[in-house]
Design a protein around this ligand. Sequence first.
Ligand SMILES: [Zn+2]
Length: 442
Amino acid sequence: MAYASIDQIISQVDAGNPCSPDQFPDFDPEDLKAWAYFMHVYLDFSQGVGWFVSWNKRREMEWPAFLPRYNEGSGRVDDLPLLGRLSHLEELRKILDYVSYCMGVWRIKPVIILGVTKVLGFSIDTEAIYEACFQRAKDARDVAWEKVMSYSARRLYPHADPWERPGGPNVVASGDQKDGEDVAFILPDITLLYLEANREWQQVFGDIGSGNIEIQSGYRTQNWQRRVSRARQSAHVAGAAIDVLPPRDFYQAFPFRERNYGQRISIGYLCWLFRRAAQNSPYFREIVVLNRGQPNETRVPRMPKTLCEPGTAHISFGWLLHAVGSRDVRQDVLPSVTRPYPVDANDPDAGTDVPTSRTRGEFQGPGRLDHLWDVFNPTQYATLNFGAISNQPDYSGGISAQWLADFINEALNNRGWDFGRLIRQHHVDRLTNQDARIGQID
Ligand SMILES: [Zn+2]
């Protein structure tokens, strides 16, 4: 089905009295005019104009600079602002940030003064109208997030490991279908980070196999999770994690195949690489964390939690979802698709769905790389103890580019490995030019 144009949308949806958000015409996720109108009719009728969201609360966040505004006089959405364009994924992430901001405003029940007050430009004159508008905003929140997370997941489809589910649905998707389409939701933060890390990978190993980091697993429905894992809970079910490996050609070029050197070294390196990519990207600088029982806001690096699992590198932003605040706040601010469990993963008394300690840690923050293999010792090359970096059950280690360069260099020049002539000296040189150390994260 074709997406609705902005003219079709405006002719079908009355700004002052819109249909329910799930009846809003389906629009192209890259269509900023459609987004602007959607935001206007359900979430912020003022479109960021004026400083007051209510009598006593100052507006803390502005209408995104790249979003046009609906012009009541002309009955049209203005042209796109010329400056400040970002990548589509970054724009969509900022739209979700704005949706979250609006939900944070909506959840504060207004005091209705002299029979009428305003919340984000909507006139509220009874408690019933407030409740109806708040519920409509929640429905709009779900539509917005699902549209963005579905778009974000589909951006990863070309990077699915072709060996992982041959002939089946894309492994980034859940395995379930709706209306003949694979169901897939992934946080845009994950996709943005994957694209950054993959660019780094391509610069070093882009001439081996597919040249890309490959994805083994992405979004899972709860049903799919039960089929593929014994763990009942997973950030995969919230669309907040992917599992990645290098192309098979890369790690199978290692000798000692039966000992999985190639795969386990690759996993450690990817855990380091994804953190480094986040650290080096201006996009992933910091997020503000509120409601942690502290008077002031806390700034936390927007760093993924990485798990150096035995068969894959698990990259997760599950903690970003929990950083939104307490369970009550999350239920208002976050969409249902990102909180698929009936109980709180951080609550040790949460009943039957209590997560394992590993899952709980994943939702608490990025943590640090523990241990990091950074300095390669040639005498250990044939007896690497991968238990030290997987550090079971935390799986929290990593391997730096410098370690990997030194390992390959030793293997090529002093141990006579030829890696099937795939991994060669120029890879050592390129690795050496990557930053050799990642700062510890608190
Ligand atoms: Zn995983």
